[in-house]
Design a binder for this molecule. Structure first.
Ligand SMILES: Cc1ncc(C[n+]2csc(CCOP(=O)(O)OP(=O)(O)O)c2C)c(N)n1
Ligand SMILES: [Mg+2]
Length: 262
């Protein structure tokens, strides 16, 4: 909100953030806010964005804030449609890697090997790569960001809001209760994810990908995993395959940085 200012209309689907922020007359946002249904925040945003356009209100930002469940899974179809139609709106996904508000059920964003209520022995599937999927959509601006780097996040929000089309920012948001680590380590966990390459910081603008921060220590993947009790039952082979996949993803991103994307 510091970046977007008061001329913003926000919406949130059911999620932890909806509980924190509220909606209508009972909201902590201090600006107009709507609580949408879980499957279609981007459809709500499309409608509000078009209404503002008809009213000639070009200086109002429409910002949707959804979790990984509301973005990767249940809201994906609506997001895909809103991007394809090109509405001016900023879609922010805070990714805590599970359906946390309802008690930590796995989502398609949950990392391989992580225990959740519905994967008590560790998730068997790799996480859906929403960033790479969205590289092939006509977003006016796309970025990843981290709660451990607020300066970078604010810069990206400002850029996204200035675009005359749909933009998407994907924020890594460690969840102490769901990932099972002490709350005071949240920023440390987020920093480590970037350092070990489990989280890639990049942006796509005008068809060009820029890597904002390079992974510096692939060996720290096991430290990152070791800090979180959700990975208590993971074996060394799975850690090795997670590390390999992270390396491959970074190599692919570097190659994509050399060519023009959509
Ligand atoms: C269609 C539909 N299915 C299920 C629910 C129940 N529900 C409410 S919040 C939530 C979790 C959302 O997870 P996510 O989007 O990752 O946000 P988080 O809770 O992790 O912040 C679920 C499943 C719902 N409200 N609507
Ligand atoms: Mg979530």
């Amino acid at each position: 909100m510091e970046v977007l200012g008061p001329k913003t209309i926000t919406m949130t689907p059911p999620s932890c953030s909806a509980i924190l922020t509220g909606s209508g007359d009972e909201t902590g946002w201090g600006i107009p806010s709507v609580q949408t249904v879980l499957m279609s925040l981007p459809a709500f945003a499309s409608g509000v964005s078009e209404a503002l356009k008809i009213q000639g209100k070009n200086d109002v930002t429409v910002m949707g804030l959804a979790g990984d469940g509301g973005t990767f899974d249940i809201g994906l179809q609506a997001l895909s449609g809103a991007i394809e139609r090109g509405h001016k709106a900023l879609f922010i996904c805070y990714n805590n890697e599970a359906y946390m508000n309802t008690g930590n059920q796995r989502s398609s964003a949950t990392t391989l090997g992580a225990a959740t209520k519905t994967t008590p022995t560790g998730k068997k599937e790799v996480a859906k790569d929403i960033d790479f999927m969205l590289l092939h959509t006509p977003l006016a601006y796309q970025a990843t960001a981290s709660v451990a780097n607020m300066k970078d996040l604010k810069r990206k929000i400002a850029k996204a809001a200035a675009k005359d089309g749909p933009s998407f920012i994907h924020i890594m948001t460690p969840c102490p209760s769901g990932w099972k680590f002490p709350t005071e380590q949240a920023i440390q966990v987020a920093k480590l994810a970037v350092k070990c390459g489990m989280w890639l910081q990049f942006e796509r603008e005008d068809g060009k990908i820029t890597i904002n921060q390079k992974p510096t220590d692939w060996g720290a993947v096991s430290t990152y995993i070791g800090m979180q009790k959700r990975f208590n039952r993971i074996n060394p082979e799975t850690i090795a395959s997670i590390t390999e996949a992270a390396k491959k993803r970074y190599e692919t991103l570097m190659k994509l940085g050399e060519i023009e994307c959509l």
